[in-house]
Design a binder for this molecule. Structure first.
Ligand code: MG
Length: 625
């Protein structure tokens, strides 16, 4: 299937859009009329740029309010159509998108509409071009692809075909089976877009909330699968109207676009039992976090190591050729990198003290790297010393690294790369493993992170939770592997002032906001952490008065929670107990959690308390400066 995208999906000038589309690897592009009108050159120039970039112009759009007009307006619209045909010849495309009329002057008389299209087909054929009819979900008389197909069939002209758009068909919940009634040779192009389910009118829903296949909730994959099953092999073209996308650089949306389209083609083809031209290696199974690596400067290394000690970690290894330490507790590894050059140092120069990499336990690194390449996800191979183990990595959306390690290589990697250090007097805090990782980003970027994660990993996205940060709204998107050994929260800040957003700004980009570490006994851990001198976040007593009545908890239990500043949540039989460290350098923090009785969420109800308290602490710190 030929991949294409409409210029209306991207920000910037037409030249910038075309460059971004070509660089992302699309085969073709739809030219949206307004982009052409604002271009300081001819349609022929645009056509030449598209060909020079190695692409094809898949269609010109939109041609509106054409069918069913009274005689005086009818002749004028045909004159306009003739002009469009000339532009199309200059652009080098043979397809015009005609969307169903919304004009109050348009008649619903089917015979008249059929006659209009028959004449349009004749005129188009005279210019060696074609027209495709698309039913807009909010069309005046035609709003359903079944009506549009009925008209195209009746017109019965080789230059007149159908254009399908997943948004229009799916938001109206038109039965998927109706696609099987359509002759695939008469579908001239298929536009695809996803969207969240919203309770609103079709027009504003389409203009503002479309997103890339997989980012929303409507069944785009089933739609494309059905098309593959009936034998459609024509272009698949993204047509995304989204306010956030227009505020992001064109290259970023184009890259996400091609990733999403390849994923859709691959999955729909598989579901239809066909071999696609994309044929991606399988999604990457992840079975947990091997380590989290922090890049630090010399000034921060000591305070950070003190914080790790206070959390119950011990330094158990020193890298054989680099200024890198391994800190361990239970199954958790923290890597502390103070190298004066290399990737971690560059990350430090740009972002300051921060997590520069994570390492994940996966099954097949070669297949994973091949999948990344096919999805235009950059991979990375760092410099290694003699005898050290090469570890492959991919980059996340922010450019930080995700190392990929196979289960049977984990022990070898530590053994070959690190000189062991004994820690005889070490006192741990009973922490067992990483529970989840939380990333902070701008809300505009959240869909990009989401796409990157589910395109590469075998993960499920859970429902987005709205968190009311003291200074604005944060969208929290959980992503989980089927075995729950990889749990990630993507926290997108809507306002610029939220704590999430300030952490992110301080970082110069999205990044790891906190690492959540699991214990099997939070009271025991709390006592040990106090003994180790961890500075934890103090929780106001009002909070405890509230949860006692809210959950009907025993007063003695609530007193214990209050004694150790433990936040509490319940979900059915499950319970979630958490303690938070104070933020390191006002940037990132650690959370300690205990999950009881199969609790499967992230304590979102407590986020506001946690963030307000963290924010109050930050203000105190800033005032003290
Ligand atoms: Mg469309």
């Amino acid at each position: 299937m030929l991949t294409s995208i409409a210029t209306v999906s991207l920000s910037g000038t037409l030249e910038e859009k075309l460059q971004a589309v070509a660089r992302a690897g699309f085969d073709g592009v739809e030219i949206f009329e307004n982009d052409l009108l604002a271009f300081p050159g001819s349609a022929a120039d645009v056509g030449q740029i598209i060909r020079d970039l190695g692409m094809k112009c898949t269609l010109f759009q939109p041609f509106r309010d054409f069918e069913g007009l009274p005689p005086d307006l009818r002749s004028r619209i045909f004159d306009r159509a003739e002009k469009k045909f000339e532009i199309m010849q200059q652009l080098g495309t043979d397809l015009l998108l005609v969307c169903s009329s919304v004009s109050l002057a348009a008649s619903s008389d089917r015979e008249r509409i059929v006659e209009d299209f028959r004449e349009l087909g004749e005129r188009a054929a005279g210019h060696e071009v074609r027209v495709g009819y698309e039913a807009l979900a909010w069309g005046r008389h035609v709003w359903d692809h079944r009506q549009a197909w009925d008209i195209v069939k009746a017109v019965d002209h080789p230059a007149v075909g159908l254009i399908l758009d997943s948004f229009h068909s799916l938001v109206r919940r038109i039965p998927m089976a109706s696609i099987r009634e359509i002759d695939p040779m008469k579908i001239f192009i298929v536009q695809v877009a996803d969207a969240p389910w919203l309770n609103m009118e079709y027009l504003p829903w389409s203009r503002h909330f479309r997103n890339l296949p997989g980012q929303g909730e409507i069944p785009v994959k089933d739609f494309v699968t059905t098309l593959v099953e009936i034998g459609y092999r024509g272009p698949l073209s993204l047509e995304i109207f989204n306010d956030y996308f227009r505020s992001l650089p064109a290259w970023m949306v184009a890259l996400d676009g091609i990733r999403s389209l390849r994923l859709t083609i691959d999955e729909a083809s598989r579901a239809a039992g066909e071999v696609s031209d994309v044929a991606l290696p399988p999604r990457v199974q992840c079975h947990g976090v091997v380590f989290v690596e922090f890049a630090l400067g010399d000034n921060e290394a000591k305070p950070f190591a003190d914080m790790l000690s206070a959390l119950g970690f011990a330094c158990t290894g020193r890298h054989r050729s680099k200024a890198v330490e391994r800190w361990q507790q239970g199954g958790i590894n923290i890597v502390l990198n103070t190298e004066p050059d290399g990737f971690a140092h560059s990350h430090y120069l740009v972002h300051g003290p921060s997590a520069c990499a994570i390492a994940l336990r996966i099954e097949d690194v070669d297949a994973a790297v091949a999948r990344a390449e096919a999805l235009s996800i950059n991979s990375f191979e760092g410099r290694i010393g003699r005898g050290e183990m090469p570890v492959r990595a991919i980059r996340d959306v922010s450019g930080s690294l995700i190392y990929l390690v196979e289960e049977d290589q984990v022990a070898e990697m530590w053994f070959r790369d690190f000189e062991p250090i004994s820690a005889p007097d070490h006192r741990d805090a009973g922490l067992i493993e990483v529970d989840h990782l939380a990333y902070a980003m701008r809300d505009q970027e959240l869909l990009s992170w989401l796409l990157h994660s589910f395109a590469f990993f075998d993960v499920e996205k859970k429902a987005v939770v709205e968190i009311f940060d003291p200074l604005g709204l944060v969208h929290s998107q959980p992503i989980e592997s089927p075995d729950r050994r990889l749990r990630v929260l993507l926290n997108g800040s809507v306002s610029d002032n939220t704590l999430t957003s300030r952490l992110h700004r301080r970082y110069w980009g999205a990044g790891l906001q906190y690492v959540s570490l699991r214990t099997s006994d939070i009271f025991d851990t709390a006592e040990r952490l106090e003994g180790l001198g961890l500075e934890r976040l103090k929780i106001p007593s009002n909070y405890y008065d509230d949860i006692e009545t809210r959950f009907g908890l025993a007063p003695e239990f609530v007193s214990r929670l209050a004694r150790w500043d433990i936040l509490y949540d319940q979900d059915g039989e499950g319970e979630y107990l958490q303690i938070n460290s104070r933020a390191f350098e006002k940037r990132f923090f650690f959370e300690i959690v205990e999950r009881r009785g199969g609790y499967d969420q992230y304590g979102a109800a407590n986020e506001v308390i946690k963030l307000t308290t963290q924010s109050r602490f930050k203000n105190d710190q800033e005032n003290a400066l």
